[in-house]
Design a protein around this ligand. Structure first.
Ligand code: APR
Length: 309
């Protein structure tokens, strides 16, 4: 079996860390692309030289162009600017839309059959930019956010319950922004709903901290935004696709009527396999949860209206 080819666009914090997780899991050969001269080449070479120590054989190539990306199975797009303290993800809108749009055009020319995983923010809007620009079917353009948001919630829940993070599942729907919809009712510890294990005030605080999880890290880092957990989340998606795991994960998907939302990328549970998004899973929501999801979708729609896409 020949190795899979994974391209990562943007070799900054998220991109380089994505490459790191990818090769450490030996998921395939990796091409790192960035506009900064020498930087993706340097990081690729450095990471390749960790291979003998860590025991991976992935080939790593860095480039300032797209020729090396030809025939990629998956392309992870992380290029763009990151948040600084005081900025919301939406403040990145126009700059990152231009970057994601031009990058998508180049990527698609070289890899017309690839599956695109979008990480650049504001996430849901950037997924829509890549979807429109690529002309790809909706199963092959997927936004990374839900895994990250639910990983944040799982971390906080596990801490509050004093149990392994592996015992905890969490459910977060909606756009990747302040209006995201963490759902304690569908979050569990060893199968037990967390609503039976933790008092409401503790859950409310966890929900709030989850929704503001990215901002908390931006305010600590001061020079940029989170990258270990975002890249790990993107790599879980790559793995589910390349191994055709049929894994149900929360991702930003293009909705056409599901959850009463149309023509918009919003975070929902999906089944990820070799064809990308193989199914959008619909769950029952209370009237209050449904209203929160609609509000979140409306916030995504506002960005789409600004971009006129
Ligand atoms: N083509 C390729 N790379 C580009 C382009 C472009 N047109 N424009 C910018 N880049 C590169 C930058 O040179 C930089 O190396 O994207 C990289 C972004 O890296 P960082 O500044 O370290 O930002 P990072 O923390 O990786 O976040 C990237 O992911 O999580 C989101 O909100 C975050 O939108 C941001 C993105």
């Amino acid at each position: 079996m020949s190795r899979k080819k994974i391209t990562v666009i943007g070799a900054g914090n998220v991109g380089a860390t994505t490459a790191h997780w990818l090769v450490s899991k030996e998921l395939g050969d990796v091409v790192l692309v960035d506009i900064i001269e020498g930087m993706p080449q340097g990081k690729a070479l450095d990471l390749a030289q960790a291979g003998p120590v860590e025991g991976y054989d992935s080939r790593l190539v860095g480039s300032n162009g797209y020729r090396e990306t030809a025939g990629s199975d998956i392309v992870v797009i992380t290029s763009g600017i990151a948040r600084k303290p005081g900025m919301s993800r939406d403040d990145l809108l126009n700059t990152n839309a231009a970057i994601v749009s031009s990058v998508t055009e180049e990527v698609v020319r070289q890899s017309p059959n690839a599956i695109l995983i979008i990480v650049s923010n504001p996430l849901d809007a950037m997924a829509q930019v890549a979807f429109r620009k690529s002309g790809f079917p909706k199963n092959r353009v997927i936004g990374m956010a839900g895994i990250l948001d639910s990983a944040r919630m799982r971390t906080f829940l596990a801490e509050a319950l004093n149990v392994s993070v592996e015992n905890v599942t969490a459910f977060v729907l909606g756009g990747h922004g302040d209006t995201m919809v963490p759902l304690p009712r569908y979050s569990t510890c060893a199968g037990i709903p967390v609503t039976e294990l933790l008092p409401k005030d503790v859950l409310d605080r966890i929900v709030d901290r989850t929704a503001k999880g990215g901002a908390e890290i931006v305010s600590l880092l001061k020079t940029g935004s989170a990258y270990y957990a975002p890249s790990a989340a993107a790599v879980e998606m790559v793995e589910a696709i390349l191994k055709d795991k049929k894994k149900i994960l929360p991702c930003a998907a293009y909705l056409e009527g599901e959850y009463g939302i149309s023509g918009l990328f919003v975070g929902v549970p999906v089944k990820l396999g070799a064809n990308g998004i193989e199914e959008i899973i619909q769950i029952n929501l209370t009237a209050e949860e449904r209203a929160s999801l609609q509000k979140s979708a409306a916030a995504v729609q506002e960005l789409i209206d600004v971009l006129k896409i």
